[in-house]
Each structure stands twice: as structure tokens, then as C-alpha cells.
Design a protein around this ligand. Structure first.
Ligand SMILES: CC(C)(COP(=O)(O)OP(=O)(O)OC[C@H]1O[C@@H](n2cnc3c(N)ncnc32)[C@H](O)[C@@H]1OP(=O)(O)O)[C@@H](O)C(=O)NCCC(=O)NCCS
Length: 207
């Protein structure tokens, strides 16, 4: 029974990866995006499967508005779709990021061997989320590849991405950074909603 089931499960995720298309998010996607965010962003945080820090289920209206605002204003808000949406990624240009996080560069404890000239021209991947139960099947990598292609075209030099390691470590995100060959750039403390988070700050050059 187990042996008979295994190939079809693998074939399904293989086929899904082939069929998925990544495109910019549009307004009408907001409900599906919200559902995905809620599936991995609730009050239950599972380190191995990864999680979003916010509890999206706590205030659907507020979070749908935030997502809609991102869809309307950000250049890099992508969804992976085949008949429905399976995952999304939100990235900020340097200007967009520093507008929301004006002290970010000063707040990071940069690693001594990190070449800070990379701070001249970067984007920050803020959130990536794949439907709960479908993580670890390569969907995040497909969206990431699409982002890389766009960044090469527009001349962005560096990608930054943060991963929370405390109070709850995000092991899925750590695995994902390793898979995408990110390097540690530093760390920062982040005071968010009265909780102190410790974030590893990773970078990757867009080559
Ligand atoms: C982090 C995340 C975006 C990565 O996307 P993904 O589709 O799972 O990524 P991939 O499948 O391409 O790669 C994940 C790697 O972690 C490993 N992994 C193992 N178990 C896993 C699990 N349960 N979940 C996720 N990744 C897992 C995978 O094996 C894979 O590495 P490999 O292909 O070399 O084996 C996704 O796991 C996710 O949405 N998690 C919940 C939200 C989150 O934590 N977001 C990141 C913080 S913003």
C-alpha cells in the first residue's frame, strides 16, 4: 500500500512544479493569498514547516488590507498559480524597505567580513509562503527563480532575507536559505508587537 502510493504522490508534486506559473499578484488574488498566509501564519508556529510571524487569522480585514496594499504598491509581489494559487512572495526594493524600516541598516550587526558596498543596491525578500501541507516540494524555489530572473533584468545587485531564530526558530526558512545558497550577512534584534525577535540576515549576490 505505502509502496504503491509513493510514486503517484511524487508524480503529482513533479507535475505541479511543471504546471505552475509565476506572475505578479493582482487585486483579485487577495483572498487566496490571505488564505495561504493564514495557513502558515496563525497562533500555532511549527518550526519544521515554517511560519509567518503574524497571526493572519486574528484580523482578516486588517491583513487583507495589508496584503492589498502590497499588491497595489510593490514591484515584487508574486504568486505561483496553476488553476489556483499555491504560494506567494513579497519583496521590497531598497527604497520601499527603508521607508518602512528606516533604521534597518544601522540596526543590523553586520558580520566583519561582509562587504557593505552591497548595501548600495539591494532588495529584501520579506515574506514567502507556500500553502500549508505543500511546503518542501519545490514551490518556493520556483517563485524564487522567477524573482532572480527579474532582478537580473533590472540590475539589482544583492538580495537580503531574514530568518527568525528566536523566540521560535524557523527551521523551514533556514533550510530554504541553505538550498538557495545564501550567506550570512549579520543579525538583528527586532521589536515587533511587544516581542523581541532575533533574526539572521542573509544575503545573496544576483549574478
Ligand atoms: C520557507 C518556504 C517558503 C520554502 O518554500 P518551499 O516550497 O517549502 O521550498 P522548497 O521546497 O523549494 O525548499 C525547501 C527546502 O527545505 C526542506 N524541507 C524539508 N522539510 C520541509 C518542510 N516541511 N517544509 C519546508 N521545507 C522543508 C526541503 O527538503 C527543501 O530542501 P531540498 O529541496 O534541498 O530538500 C515554505 O516552507 C513556507 O512557506 N513555509 C511557511 C512560511 C515560512 O516559514 N516562510 C518563510 C519566512 S517568511
Amino acid at each position: 500500500m505505502v509502496v504503491a502510493n509513493k510514486p503517484s504522490v511524487e508524480l503529482n508534486s513533479f507535475l505541479l512544479r511543471k504546471l505552475l506559473k509565476v506572475r505578479k499578484a493582482k487585486k483579485s488574488d487577495v483572498h487566496q493569498i490571505y488564505n495561504i498566509a493564514s495557513s502558515v501564519g496563525s497562533s500555532t508556529k511549527i518550526p519544521e514547516q515554517g511560519f509567518l510571524v503574524d497571526d493572519y487569522t486574528s484580523n482578516p480585514r486588517l491583513y487583507k488590507n495589508k496584503l492589498l496594499n502590497g499588491i497595489n504598491n510593490l514591484n515584487h509581489f508574486y504568486v505561483a498559480e496553476y488553476e489556483r494559487i499555491y504560494g506567494f512572495m513579497i519583496a521590497y526594493s531598497k527604497e520601499e524597505w527603508l521607508k518602512d524600516n528606516p533604521n534597518w541598516i544601522e540596526d543590523v550587526y553586520w558580520s566583519p567580513d561582509f562587504d557593505k558596498s552591497r548595501i548600495d543596491n539591494f532588495i529584501v525578500v520579506d515574506k514567502t509562503a507556500i500553502q500549508a501541507g505543500l511546503t518542501g516540494q519545490g514551490i518556493g524555489s520556483i517563485i524564487y527563480k522567477h524573482l532572480l530572473k527579474n532582478l537580473k533584468e533590472n540590475g539589482t545587485k544583492t538580495i537580503f532575507a531574514e530568518t527568525i531564530i528566536s523566540p521560535i526558530p524557523n527551521f523551514a526558512s533556514l533550510q530554504f536559505r541553505k538550498k538557495q545558497k545564501y550567506t550570512l550577512a549579520g543579525m538583528r534584534y527586532e521589536d515587533y508587537n511587544n516581542t523581541l525577535y532575533t533574526d539572521l540576515v542573509y544575503y545573496k549576490d544576483v549574478l
